[in-house]
Design a protein around this ligand. Structure first.
Ligand SMILES: [Zn+2]
Length: 261
């Protein structure tokens, strides 16, 4: 039985939030409004790349077009590069009230794809902002030569499946922990101090076969959603926790791999 670890990272504007009536996402208001910020995304990218180097894992980065134009992404060389919209659009319109025609969805995807292509490398996979796709998205991905998507949640150990047009969907696991509490493989609660690293290793130990897609954001390496910027000791502890998760899972015998190798 083989088990693969795929570490995915959303590289997008800091603490992104949907803004009603706006296509582009903002950043959480820290007293100076919701204009998008990218400084934590950039600082956190450096922290995360060091972590990945330390444990010998290559990441799969879903990069927002605007972010690729704004921060230095040269450290992504050798990692798998995907894309993540252009301005972190909610393509379903559910959170913003802004809905898109098929042409508009295609234009957003094309712009994000082109921007990441120009600034980093040609993306080989996609994750929808906020993990919400719609039918227009999946039907257009093949036109960009993108055949791997990870924009949904699924059962622990669920196999990747064909969305019906040759695009393979790789779900992020959602399951329950040892005490029956719901948890997903997004590391969000760990960064916020609400789950220990051992919960994610325990989750991995319960999967018998297949791909384990872990997920996080670069900004979350240096900034809490709820409490603002972390201090240096807190950044170090947060990075140590990611090392603990990854090395704990590798110790179970998982093979580290990228979404598209
Ligand atoms: Zn995102």
């Amino acid at each position: 039985m083989s088990r693969e670890l795929i570490f995915t990272v959303d590289l997008d504007r800091d603490v992104n939030i949907p803004i009603t009536g706006c296509s582009a996402a903002g950043s959480m208001d820290r007293g100076q409004g919701t204009e998008p910020r990218f400084s934590s995304a950039e600082l956190g990218l450096a922290v995360l790349l060091d972590v990945l180097d330390a444990v010998g894992v290559k990441g799969t980065f879903f990069v927002e077009g605007r972010t690729s134009e704004t921060i230095d992404c040269s450290g992504l060389s050798g990692h798998c590069v995907g894309f993540h919209g252009y301005d972190h659009e909610d393509l379903s319109g559910q959170s913003t009230g802004v809905t898109y025609t098929r042409d508009e969805v295609e234009s957003i995807l094309r712009r994000g794809f082109d921007s990441v292509s120009d600034n980093i490398s040609r993306p080989t996979c996609f994750r929808a902002p906020y993990m919400v796709r719609n039918g227009h998205v999946e039907s257009f991905l093949p036109e960009l030569g993108v055949f791997h998507d990870s924009s949904s949640y699924g059962d622990l150990g669920a196999e990747p499946f064909d969305l019906g047009n040759g695009v393979m969907e790789h779900p992020v696991p959602k399951t329950t922990d040892g005490s029956g509490r719901s948890m997903s493989a997004y590391l969000w609660p760990m960064h916020e101090g609400k789950r220990p690293p051992s919960d994610y290793v325990a989750m991995a130990s319960r999967m018998e076969h297949g791909q384990l897609i872990l997920a996080t954001h670069t900004w979350h390496m240096v900034e809490w959603r709820e409490r603002g910027m972390m201090g240096p000791d807190e950044v170090r502890r947060n990075a140590d926790h990611v090392v603990e998760v990854l090395s704990g899972i590798l110790d179970l015998g998982y093979q580290p791999t990228m979404l598209v190798g």
